[in-house]
Design a protein around this ligand. Structure first.
Ligand SMILES: N[C@@H](CCC[C@H](N)C(=O)O)C(=O)O
Length: 288
């Protein structure tokens, strides 16, 4: 491993889902190596102003401020070096970062899963997340039909794509699930040719849901997952647990999100995006 130089970074989190943010104008030749090294929870970077080491991913953001509304191209490189097609909390962070630089309250975010519109209101950011799909081609699933309340590993799951694939299981109490132990066999099940994020949800007693997600790419549980929160409400609607177009509160361990899943229109994800601190990160080649 050779360290040649450094780039400025900022750190943001969306309900505890935390990201190192690097301006794509600053060249980082080996992005997977950079993400593997700096996201490490034991040895990764700590920004000035924060004591949380490492991150759930690196957001490389390319701002195109000549457009109205301004656009930002978002590339999320995860701690295992993979690139995620979409990230709900990452998109909220990308919008907050771009809004800060353009003094606007509306941003278009270009992601591998499509272009998403975001609106900013103080620290709250709402992102249009697209229409969730249960189709085997979209999830994707190695199956002739949709996967609804089907036993896979130790959970009864429903598969949905909300920008990335999720296997969602409703349980009595999310705290009773040993996620690190039950999730990997589902995350790697041959049924999911691209793998899946594994999300469990239980009623919060107030009409919303509690949520926990084991993330592909992080290969562990995160404090929050935005595509997972949308997946919870999409599956809840599919199973008849909720109806209508009203916002539903979804609470991962890191905070509270607001989710709207209309029948055939784009879903909406809302919640805070918070600046944590900044610093300089070594540029790393041939990372672990
Ligand atoms: N934390 C994200 C999801 C990131 C992508 C996921 N790990 C994958 O690879 O599918 C979110 O907030 O949506």
């Amino acid at each position: 491993m050779s360290v040649l130089n450094s780039v400025p970074f900022e750190k943001y989190h969306g309900t505890g889902n935390d990201f190192v943010v690097v301006d794509a104008e600053d060249p980082v030749p080996d992005r997977p190596a950079f993400a593997r090294t700096h996201c490490d929870r034991d040895a990764g970077i700590v920004p000035a102003g924060s004591d949380r080491r490492g991150a759930d991913g690196v957001l490389f953001l390319a701002l195109e401020s000549r457009y109205d509304p301004p656009r930002v191209v978002m590339t999320l490189v995860q701690p295992d070096g993979s690139v995620a097609a979409m990230c709900g909390n990452g998109a909220r962070v990308a919008a907050a970062w771009a809004a800060e630089r353009t003094d606007t309250d509306e941003i278009m975010i270009d992601t591998p899963a499509g272009t998403r519109r975001a609106t900013i209101d103080g620290t709250d950011v709402h992102v249009e997340m697209g229409v969730p799909s249960f189709s085997p081609r979209d999830v994707p699933l190695d199956s002739g039909g949709e996967l609804v309340e089907t036993d896979v590993g130790e959970l009864s799951i429903t598969a949905v794509n909300t920008g990335v694939p999720h296997a969602v299981a409703f349980v009595d109490d999310v705290d009773d699930v040993d996620l690190e132990s039950v999730a990997p066999s589902i995350r790697h099940a041959p049924l999911f040719p691209d793998g899946a994020n594994v999300t469990v949800a239980s009623p919060d007693g107030r009409g919303g849901f509690r949520q926990r997600t084991f993330e592909r790419g992080v290969e562990g549980e995160t404090q929050s997952c935005g595509t997972g929160a949308v997946a919870v409400v999409a599956v809840a609607k599919r199973l008849g647990l909720v109806s209508g177009d009203d916002p539903v509160s979804v609470s991962p361990p890191g905070g509270a999100l607001s989710v709207v899943v209309p029948d055939d229109e784009t879903a909406l994800l809302g919640g805070p995006a918070v600046y944590e601190g900044d610093g300089e990160a070594d540029i790393v080649f041939r990372g672990r």
